[in-house]
Design a binder for this molecule. Structure first.
Ligand code: SIN
Ligand code: MN
Length: 267
């Protein structure tokens, strides 16, 4: 998949691009069939919501689930990555599925991903970003991602270490700074069906609210980084901040198809 010039301009201006219906219903069914089993596993990589057994995130899933292993090398995700980062040599800094589970999904405070990647992982430059693939519909009720358009232009913003709000520690941005950024840029919450993708800059300020609905808002995130921008501090476990800096080799466009056949055969 190739991004158009106007999509690349929008990414530079706003810090994100939303593209609906990139993955088919069959591909999404193949991916979501894996989630109940993955979230049921008791292992460090599966993080629960604070004070609850509800799943918050499944990290590094591409290494312990073959369907997500294929997804992590999907050309419809790596292609735009190479275009926007200006290099074919990209590695996976982080890979996770966020559950934002029905009734239980908790907030993500306002933050920039690069704040954490810089402070904790010593990533040299913000030459990295996220590609989010919606595995379920994100609507106005189930805790969609919220962005402050254009906020990536500010570069790395001073942030503080929040270990109390949720089960997952994060470098977050204070309310006064968010207020000023919102006065200038407003807030958007790109919403759409499963199969949509959302690409966003590592300095884009974002957050999401809790999910009080019966609809889980599953999203898988690929955090791609240029191989020549690899991290230099190894404070966090490698399933949160990867240390395998080998370039990802894209698979074929139909790389999820063999797993779809397996799902059908098991039914
Ligand atoms: C994140 O910012 O890394 C996740 C936010 C979300 O899934 O709502
Ligand atoms: Mn984030």
């Amino acid at each position: 998949m190739k991004l158009s010039d106007s999509q690349i301009e929008a990414f530079d201006r706003d810090g994100y691009i939303f593209i609906p219906n990139v993955f088919s219903a069959t591909e999404i069914a193949t991916l979501t069939a894996e989630l109940p089993g993955a979230f049921a596993q008791v292992r460090d990589e599966v993080v629960r919501e604070k004070g609850s057994t509800a799943p918050r995130s499944a990290f590094h899933l591409q290494t312990w689930n073959p369907v997500y292993g294929a997804l992590s090398r999907h050309p419809r995700l790596l292609g735009p990555g190479a275009q926007l980062l200006g290099s074919d040599r990209l590695y996976m800094h982080q890979f996770k599925v966020n559950a934002k589970a029905a009734f239980d999904g908790a907030v993500w405070q306002w933050h920039q991903d690069y704040a954490t990647w810089k402070a904790d992982d010593d990533m040299p430059e913000p030459n990295a970003f996220n590609i989010a693939l919606f595995l379920a519909e994100a609507n106005e009720f189930n805790g969609p991602l919220m962005f402050i358009p254009g906020s990536h232009k500010r570069g790395a913003i001073e942030s503080s270490w929040d270990t109390t709000t949720t089960s997952y520690p994060l470098w977050t941005i204070d309310n006064d700074t968010v207020t000023k950024l919102v006065e200038r840029g407003g807030i958007v919450a790109p919403k759409g069906p499963a199969g949509s993708i959302l690409i966003f800059h590592s300095c884009l300020v974002h957050a999401s609210g809790s999910n009080l609905t019966p609809w889980s808002r599953w999203i898988v995130y690929l955090s791609l980084n240029r191989c020549d921008n690899a991290i230099r501090r190894f404070k966090r476990p490698d399933w949160i901040a990867a240390r395998d800096f080998a370039p990802l080799e894209p698979l074929g466009d139909d790389c999820l198809a063999p797993f779809a056949a397996a799902v059908r055969a098991a039914e």
